[in-house]
Each structure stands twice: as structure tokens, then as C-alpha cells.
Ligand binder design. Structure first.
Ligand SMILES: [Cu+2]
Length: 147
């Protein structure tokens, strides 16, 4: 009988050790995770600050978007005058209630753009390009392409 009791106690102690160890193992990764996530947040914060700084520097000087929109609204081109880097594509979108065109002598001509239609032109040559709407000749726009 004593052996059985001792064996039961031994098993109970073994179980307690196993369960205790299991909880310890479960806790330690938890505490590691808790320690890792703030340090990851710090890392992210540290990475974000230079990223924002670089992004501003690069987007202003290097990473010019390849496409720039011009809206046609209220019988006007908006913006009326636009400066872009060489190689940029300008996309005109007619958001007006009437038809318009984007027409530059010999350079580009959209044809008639109904409401909601778009026209795009890539500017590969530096210079100043004046254009009008042939339906409304007072509608004038200008694209300045910088080398
Ligand atoms: Cu027009």
C-alpha cells in the first residue's frame, strides 16, 4: 500500500513539474513576444522617420509621378498651366457636363471628349505646349515640359 501511495505522490509531483514546465514554456515565449513587439514598434518608428525624410526628398526631386492629371471642369482646364518633367504623361479627364477637346497645333489632339472621357499624351520633348479646346477657343491650357 505504501508503495502505491508513494508512486501516486511521485506521479503527482511529476505531473506538477510537467504542467509547471509547460506553463513556464508558454509564459516565456509570451514574455518574449511582449518584449519583441515594443522593440519592433520602436524599430518601425525608427524606420518610419528616415523613410518620411527620404520620401519627401526623393518624391520632390527624383520620384516624379509618371502620370499627372488635368481636370476639365466649368469650361476650364485645371490646372490651366502645368509644369512636368520630360517623359511624364498628362491625362486630361472631362468632368464637365459638355463636350471639350484638348488640341495643340500639330502636337496632340484628343478629338471630342464627352463627359467622363479621358485623353492622355506623353511629353518626351522639353518646351512649352499651348493648347485649347476647339469647341471653346477661350479655353486655354499650357504644359511646360522641363528637361
Ligand atoms: Cu470646350
Amino acid at each position: 500500500m505504501k508503495k502505491i501511495i508513494l508512486l501516486t505522490i511521485a506521479i503527482a509531483i511529476l505531473l506538477i513539474i510537467i504542467i509547471g514546465g509547460y506553463f513556464l514554456i508558454n509564459r516565456s515565449p509570451g514574455s518574449v513576444n511582449e518584449k519583441t513587439s515594443p522593440s519592433q514598434t520602436k524599430l518601425n518608428q525608427n524606420q518610419y522617420v528616415p523613410d518620411i525624410g527620404n520620401g519627401q526628398n526623393e518624391s520632390g526631386q527624383v520620384n516624379e509621378p509618371a502620370e499627372v492629371p488635368v481636370e476639365i471642369i466649368n469650361i476650364k482646364f485645371n490646372p490651366q498651366s502645368l509644369s512636368i518633367n520630360k517623359g511624364t504623361t498628362v491625362i486630361w479627364t472631362n468632368n464637365d457636363s459638355m463636350q471639350h477637346t484638348v488640341t495643340a497645333n500639330d502636337n496632340f489632339d484628343s478629338g471630342i471628349l464627352a463627359k467622363g472621357q479621358s485623353f492622355s499624351h506623353k511629353f518626351d520633348t522639353a518646351g512649352t505646349f499651348d493648347y485649347i479646346c476647339i469647341i471653346h477657343p477661350n479655353m486655354k491650357g499650357q504644359i511646360i515640359v522641363i528637361e
